[in-house]
Each structure stands twice: as C-alpha cells, then as structure tokens.
Design a protein around this ligand. Structure first.
Ligand code: URA
Length: 483
C-alpha cells in the first residue's frame, strides 16, 4: 500500500495517490493516518490513478509515523455511508472534500446535520449523483447475445458517468447469475462466467456487438407497453436521458412512438385496450425474458424473476387448473419458485384439506419480481401498482396462452387484475365464474397472505370462505374437464 508522501512543490504538504478511483478502504486508511498525524486538509493533495486531482500533487516524502497515543479518528455512520458513495464520483476534488469533512468531524461530530454547510451539501450532491448513476446502469444496461461455438455470451456496452462499475457488480452477478456475460465500459469491464467475476481493462464501444436477433422482440414489447396516454416527455427524458439511448434497442423507437402517441391514444381509447404485441412461443422463452425484464421499476430492485411452475400436459398429470398469486415474496425470490414461503405453506394446507393436489396445477404469479423496501436486513413486501400489474400481464397472459388451463384461480386483487386487466372487489367477484376470452373460466378468491394477517374468529371465518371457494373450483374443474 502506498503511504502519503510529503510534497516537495508545496512545502509541508503531503500527496496521496489513490490506487483505484473508488477504493474507499484505501482512502479511509490514508485519511485516518493523516488525521492522527495532525495534517490539516490544506496540507494534503490527493490524486486518482489517472493523475487527476489536486494541482500540487506529486511529492515523495513519507508521512511521519502515527504518534503513540494519537486519538482514534471519529466518523459517524452517516458520513461513512455517504462517503462510500461519494468516492465513486468522477469529480477529482472528491478525496480532498472527504478529507476536509473527516477533519472537521473530529471537532464537530454533528457536522453532517448542518444542511446549510457547503461541504456537507457537496457531499450529499456527490452521493446522490452516484446513486443515480448506479440506478441508471441497472436500468439501461442492454446485453447483446454473442454465440461462441455452443456457448452463449451476453455482452453489454455502458458509459457510466462515475466509477460505479465495482459498486454495481454484485447486482449484476445476482441478477444474471446463470448467464455468461461481460459489461464493457470506458472505465473498466466486468466478466462473469457463471461462477467467477473478473475485472478487466477499460473498453471501447467498438469492442461490444451492435445488436442481436432478440432485440426485435424487445422492440415489439416496448412498443406494446409504451402508453401514449401517460406520455410526459419531460419526465421521460429525466428518467431515460438521451445519452443512454444509443445503447438501448428500444430507444430507436422513441421518436416514432412519441410522434404517433396522439393517434395511438385515440386508437386505444376506441379499442379500450392495449395491443400487447407478439407473445413468446414457449414457457422457456418467457422464463428467460422475465429475468431480463426491466419494463417496470420492480425489475430494478435486487431480486430475481420467479417463473410459474407445474404441469401443462394432461397426460402428465395436469388437472387443467392454473393458480395465480400476486408476486413472489422474500422466500420465493430466494428459492426461485412460487409459493414456497408462509403463504404458500398455508395454501398447500387448504388445497390438501379440500382434496386438490397442488402438483396437478400450474402455479404462478401476476407479477414476476418481488417488490420490497429494505428495512435493515429485512425486505418488506410492497404491493405492486396497477400499472406494474398491467405491464406484467404480458408475461402471465403468455403463460396462460401456453398452458391453456380450463380454470384459473386468481388469489387476491392483484392476481384478479392480472387476469382481467381491471380491478374487482374480491368479496363481490368470488364464488362465481368469470368468462375469459378463450372460453376458460376465471374464479377469484382471497390471497392466503390475507388469512395469515388475521387471527381469532375473523381468521376462522375467512378460512372457511377460502375452503368454500377452493371446493367450488374443484367441482367446477371436474365438470369442465368432463365436458
Ligand atoms: N405470495 C404470492 O402471491 N405469490 C407467491 O409466490 C408467494 C407469496
């Protein structure tokens, strides 16, 4: 590790050259040592590995040893958190800003509470810009398929504003764990072979492929979910700035879609529906596509898509029943399977009680990703919005078209909306069939998590109603299969 040096061109000043532009631990070790040696901020020059940084950087004298009995360095958790983000910013002055703040925190541990302080404000701005860049990278990285012999390799080109590649690596590894991929950027590259992550040197745009056949599918899908009735150009540009467009296949459609928005809006109003475009032709294709789907914000969270599961072939035990829930929960997200957590276990008990074999049903969800807010180590469930459910209808309707159940049981309001495209009240919709356009029937009941939230007589009453709905479904399914 290179220690700070005394700078010869500014007598009394020390120079620290960062080994990596985003290495918080290295910066912290250097900064702590200098605080303990009582080196004031205007006596330290910082530079990043490219040499950018404070003007008088470049000296060669070592920092004196930390004096015995030097006071420990204090830094609030809030500072450390903000500093970890801010250090990834591309502003060459970030290291000295952080050091100045650390120095000042020794005298004023509550400095960060002063929102009017220029250094504090700058720290917050840097951290915010980095968080935004991280989010944009998650949203706008587009992999292109490169066939290498029998192997598939996905390659993406992205131009981050800040040094966020390493900070985002974990997200992409978790998210695309089963794919072999590379993300190339002008600031460095990441390569994942399904097992190991490696960092590589900066790349050029020409190193990444320009397009692949799956992009046509993306474009069709994007065109189908682009809702002209909600078009707000200013907001769209804020969320998806033009500089990202060149790497996104669907962005090529934006000018055309915006231009045609008015006409499409009238068409949609007249038809009362969205044209959802062409459906993927197999469950495997849907499974693959939902893992890459980021058409709504839920797909940007640190989660995995969960595909439906169960038989689809009557000869292989399919009963003709499709059960639809709302969205995977925490445990489903981790297991990659629907209804394996507490709600799933309760569902299993009720199905068993009325004599429905879960293994004979195709079980899935209206929304394919787990929507949550992080609270400490816990991920708390959040309900999907109507818009998010409507976007995900493309996938669950795709499953239904392929599985071709005779009867669909939607559990809860989100599942019912996913099947009907409109909101219904469970108490009014339950207990009767709703015709679906392909001749199959939809039945609606409560969601098992609703039962889990009740206790005492209310729970008993709702459990009884739930069993009654399941029994009605069982009997009706038998009639439909016979017919
Ligand atoms: N709740 C759901 O709606 N689906 C699951 O898969 C799990 C819990």
């Amino acid at each position: 590790m290179s220690a700070p040096f005394r700078d010869m061109r500014l007598p009394g000043a020390f120079c620290v050259t960062m080994l990596e532009p985003d290495d918080f631990e290295f910066w912290r070790d250097q900064a702590r040592a200098m605080v303990q040696c009582d080196v004031p901020p205007d006596r330290v020059a910082w530079s990043d590995p490219s040499g950018a940084g404070d003007l008088f950087a470049g000296g060669r004298r070592r920092l004196p040893a930390i004096p015995p009995g030097a006071r420990p360095v204090r830094a609030s958790r809030a500072f450390v958190q903000l500093a970890k983000s801010a250090i990834c910013h591309s502003d060459a002055a970030r290291f000295s800003l952080l050091y100045r703040l650390l120095w000042r925190l020794q005298a004023n541990p509550r400095l960060l509470e002063d929102g009017a302080d220029a250094d504090v404000r700058r720290l917050e701005d840097l951290a915010k810009a980095v968080r935004r860049d991280i989010h944009k990278m998650r949203a706008f990285v587009r992999f292109r398929l490169v066939e290498e012999g029998d192997e598939e390799h996905y390659v993406a080109w992205f131009e981050p504003e800040h040094h966020i590649l390493r900070a985002n690596a974990g997200f992409f590894v978790r998210r695309f764990a089963n794919m072999r991929w590379s993300i190339l950027t002008p600031k460095g590259s990441l390569h994942w072979d399904g097992d190991r992550l490696e960092e590589g040197p900066p790349a050029q745009r020409s190193d990444a492929p320009a397009g692949d056949p799956t992009e046509d599918l993306w474009r069709k899908y994007y065109a189908s979910i682009f809702n002209p009735a909600r078009l707000k150009i200013g907001a769209m540009l804020k969320e998806m700035p033009r500089k990202y467009w060149k790497n996104m296949p669907e962005a090529a459609l934006i000018p055309e879609l915006v231009a045609g928005a008015q006409a499409r809006e009238s068409q949609m109003v007249a038809a009362g529906t969205l044209d959802m475009g062409e459906r993927p032709s197999s469950l495997e294709a849907i499974d693959k596509a939902i893992h890459a789907c980021r058409m709504c914000p839920i797909g940007l969270l640190d989660n995995h898509a969960v595909m439906g599961e169960g038989p689809q072939d009557y000869a292989k035990g399919f009963s003709g029943l499709m059960i639809v829930g709302e969205q995977p929960g925490d445990q489903e997200d981790l297991a990659g399977r629907p209804f394996v957590g507490p709600a799933g276990q309760l569902l299993d008990r009720h199905l068993e009680r009325v004599g429905i074999d879960r293994r004979s049903a195709y079980v899935t969800n209206a929304v394919k990703h787990f929507k949550f807010v992080q609270r400490g180590k816990r991920r708390l469930h959040q309900s999907p919005t109507s818009k998010e459910i409507d976007i995900c209808r493309f996938w669950v309707e795709g499953e239904r078209a392929l599985v071709q159940p005779k009867l669909v049981l939607a559990m809860g309001a989100s599942a019912a909306r996913g099947m009907l495209g409109k909101t219904v009240s469970i108490s009014r919709a339950r207990g009767v069939p709703h015709a679906l356009e392909d001749g199959s029937e939809l039945w609606v009941t409560a969601h098992p998590s609703y039962l889990l939230r009740l206790d005492g007589p209310a729970r008993d009453e709702q459990s009884r109603l739930f069993d009654a709905d399941l029994l009605a479904v069982k009997e009706r399914l038998a009639q439909l299969v016979q017919a």
